[in-house]
Write a protein that binds this ligand. Sequence first.
Ligand SMILES: [Zn+2]
Ligand SMILES: [Zn+2]
Length: 145
Amino acid sequence: MPRLSGECLCGSIRYEYDGPLGAIVHCHCSRCRRWHGAAFRTRVVARREAFRWSAGEELLARYESTPRTTKTFCRTCGSSLATLYGDRPDIIGLPLGGVVGDLGSRPAFHIFVGSKAPWHEIRDGLPRYEELPPDRGLIHRILEP
Ligand SMILES: [Zn+2]
Ligand SMILES: [Zn+2]
């Protein structure tokens, strides 16, 4: 059993992950809001080598959202899947909306709260950062052994 598995809305693309995870982050930046069509994106950093597409990889579409960031999504249903980083081929960003079941960790903090949707109110007690946390490494570091 992999630690974590997930799938797109239409179920054609599935993935499995069996490795350590970084901090779970709620990102309120305008890019993430548009990409997800939601108030914010919840994502975690994972090791590329421990991640695999278990079905439907041929249906994966790619969008270069910045020169160093490629978003992947399902060609059929449009679900947001892994994010690939040109300057960090060892890690991926994984949106948690598509994860099946409970991955066992909880969100750690909010980022880019300075550009959050005005109609959305954050009501939890997690730390909030206007942009990135002072220790920027928190975002891309794998925290668990
Ligand atoms: Zn799909
Ligand atoms: Zn964002």
